[in-house]
Design a binder for this molecule. Structure first.
Ligand SMILES: [Fe+2]
Length: 349
């Protein structure tokens, strides 16, 4: 049975070696002990002066405004980091695992939240459909108040769910909790409920979805970015192959020790001046298939439980759009945030 592990008092070195490098999600039960234990109403009251969002034609909103106005919905908001600091266990753990690149992105506000903020999620009677995040970063989601249901699956095992782009055709968040649990067991994923005061670590590029059956407030902190995986997210369209290979091409030491030739093949295909976005997509897709075959010799694409060719037109247009629009912006952001050359940066240092 796919039951997620719950642990207490995990030092940062152990979180890194056992769970980050082991590609294994875990719930840590003591990280919010420094924060007063609060109900949803108390948490909303504690953040009463905090302006968290704007709406069209309206001024700043507080969490209480959103809570009182909406019968259902999910909102992603910026939570100033000082509200997280009292949770010393959480703050210290993530802070010890931040890389120089994480700190630079935090300072510039180029991560998922504004500068000096953490991402906060408020939701009620709504699901966040299963998806894979575009950024490549480790995440710890701390449940401040209320509960939240989660579905998680490693990227190389999601073929039966119909992966395309950053999402899947069949959404487990539309199933009942019991059906979702059975599905998790069948494919090798996890289905569980995060309780208030608990914090979840989950590996980057894992499929994840959530359901808020009651008002629920959580904050998420990030760490562990390196230039190699950020390069792949900068240059390569989202999809099953990218997600699956990043499970192996991380961290940089794994590339250097085991996947250097794979990485260079991908790097060189990205560096090449292709005739147009469609040509770029096809060239990179070819290399992704080769790298996938090298990373997963026991799980060839042709034997996976999904007919990728049947949705090729659907997938292809979204991927080509990435090369038409996002790629140039991603490259500009790389230069600004990393201050490294676009290619071959390891030779420059
Ligand atoms: Fe996400």
């Amino acid at each position: 049975m796919a039951e997620i592990e719950r642990v207490h008092a995990v030092p940062p070195e152990q979180l890194w070696s056992t769970y980050v490098l082991g590609r294994k999600p875990v719930i840590i039960t003591d990280l919010l002990e420094g924060m007063p234990s609060r109900s949803v109403a108390q948490t909303i009251a504690a953040f009463r002066d905090l302006s968290v969002a704007h709406e069209h034609g309206a001024g700043p909103l507080t969490l209480r405004d959103i809570h009182e106005r909406e019968a259902a919905g999910v909102h992603a908001l910026d939570l100033p980091i000082e509200h997280v600091r009292p949770a010393r266990g959480l703050f210290d753990l993530v802070d010890r695992l931040k890389t120089p690149l994480d700190r630079r992105l935090d300072e510039l506000g180029r991560g998922p939240a504004r500068a000096d903020c953490a991402l906060m999620f408020y939701g009620f009677h709504e699901a966040t459909p299963c998806h894979t995040d575009g950024w490549v970063t480790q995440s710890v989601s701390a449940q401040l108040a209320g509960t939240k249901e989660w579905f998680l699956a490693p990227p190389q095992l999601v073929a039966p769910l119909g992966p395309y782009g950053s999402t899947i055709l069949m959404d487990p968040m539309k199933l009942t909790r019991e059906q979702r649990q059975t599905l998790a067991e069948l494919i090798g994923g996890y289905s569980f409920t995060l309780q208030p005061g608990e914090a979840l670590y989950w590996p980057h590029q894992w499929l994840h979805g959530t359901y808020y059956h009651e008002p629920s407030i959580a904050t998420v902190l990030h760490f562990g970015r390196d230039l190699f995986s950020v390069f792949v997210s900068r240059e390569v369209h989202r999809g099953f192959l990218r997600h699956a290979i990043l499970e192996k091409l991380y961290p940089a030491s794994a590339i250097e020790q085991r996947h250097w030739n794979d990485f260079i093949a991908l790097h060189d295909a990205c560096r090449h001046a292709h005739a147009n976005p469609a040509a770029r997509f096809h060239a990179i897709e070819d290399v992704l298939r080769q790298v996938y075959a090298s990373c997963y010799p026991d799980q060839p694409l042709a034997r996976l439980a999904f007919d990728f060719e049947s949705i090729r037109a659907l997938d292809e247009q979204a991927c080509i759009s990435f090369y038409e629009g996002s790629l140039e912006r991603n490259r500009e952001a790389w230069v600004e945030t990393t201050q490294q050359p676009l290619f071959d940066w390891w030779r420059a240092s």
